[in-house]
Design a protein around this ligand. Structure first.
Ligand SMILES: [Zn+2]
Length: 289
């Protein structure tokens, strides 16, 4: 099973449900999972538990946590039930990738599909011409979800080259990329330090919570990338957990002229071979002056 399998299972699982009020009420999911929901004070550090008694699954979420977190927990617990994956989370922060069990990452992916159903999400982001803090905040409100969850989902569906990078303790942990960004072979090296010239690095250096948007060079983020092209970076830093997240994007016109082989690796341009290597992903290009 990989991330795409989980996505497919989730989309199939929700396909016969009435989702018209799902942004306010998760009952349709709870019923379909044959579960019962309890809201209880679980103290700090625990988001939820799931137990099965006489064939009925009881999901308990922590009343002390914010509504958006409770919703995420409910969907994450449902994922454990539907995917048949045992729960292995004791005091593991959500939306963190450090030592996060693969099953837990799968359940987060499944939860995102439930909280932000793809058809509704696609319809909403169609009206967003250009990402911004305001646009992402709008998504968090409409889908009652966290800022990183909305950014991650946005990067998957963006019709232009876009990525969402999660960084912890100064290192890149995970990057979600839009289809167009994958197609042009843009790779963000995981486990490497946050690029010095990024907005993320600048924000983290201030050692306090902050959000900032600015323009940086594309080649600071991508492996083996053409120099001289710009992208926009919207970074946010959470000082308490030393977590930094960046949404980065550029227009297709700003994409370098590249070719990608069938493994997604970039082919270095060589005039002598151009007739053998097929189509260019993008014919237009613009350079900074
Ligand atoms: Zn879990």
């Amino acid at each position: 099973m990989d991330d795409q399998d989980v996505q497919r299972i989730a989309r199939d699982w929700i396909s016969d449900l009435d989702l018209s009020n799902i942004r306010n009420d998760l009952t349709a999911y709870i019923k379909k999972a044959n579960a019962r929901l309890h809201v209880d004070d679980l103290g700090s550090g625990q988001s939820g538990t799931t137990v099965t008694i006489k064939g009925k699954t009881h999901i308990t979420v922590n009343s002390g946590e914010p509504d958006e977190r409770q919703r995420f927990t409910i969907c994450h617990e449902i994922a454990h039930i539907v995917l048949g994956l045992p729960s292995r989370h004791e005091l593991v922060p959500q939306w963190g990738y450090v030592k996060r069990d693969q099953n837990e990452v799968f359940c987060d992916t499944f939860a995102a599909e439930l909280l932000m159903p793809w058809q509704q999400f696609q319809t909403v982001i169609r009206d967003i011409d250009e990402p911004s803090l305001a646009a992402i905040q709008q998504l968090t409100q409409e889908f009652k979800t966290s800022y990183p969850a909305a950014c991650s989902r946005f990067s998957q569906f963006a019709p232009f080259p876009c990525a969402f990078v999660t960084m912890e303790s100064g290192r890149i942990r995970y990057a979600a990329r839009s289809t167009t960004l994958r197609q042009i072979g843009a790779k963000i090296p995981s486990k490497s330090p946050i690029p010095d010239a990024s907005i993320a690095a600048r924000l983290r250096a201030m050692e306090k919570n902050g959000t900032e948007q600015d323009t940086v060079e594309q080649d600071i983020w991508f492996d083996d990338w053409e120099a001289g092209l710009d992208l926009t970076e919207l970074a946010r830093h959470y000082a308490k957990t030393d977590t930094t997240v960046s949404l980065i994007w550029f227009s297709e016109e700003e994409a370098p002229r590249v070719e990608v082989d069938r493994f997604g690796s970039r082919i270095i341009e060589d005039e002598g071979l151009s007739e053998l290597t097929g189509e260019l992903s993008f014919s237009k290009r613009s350079r900074r002056r």
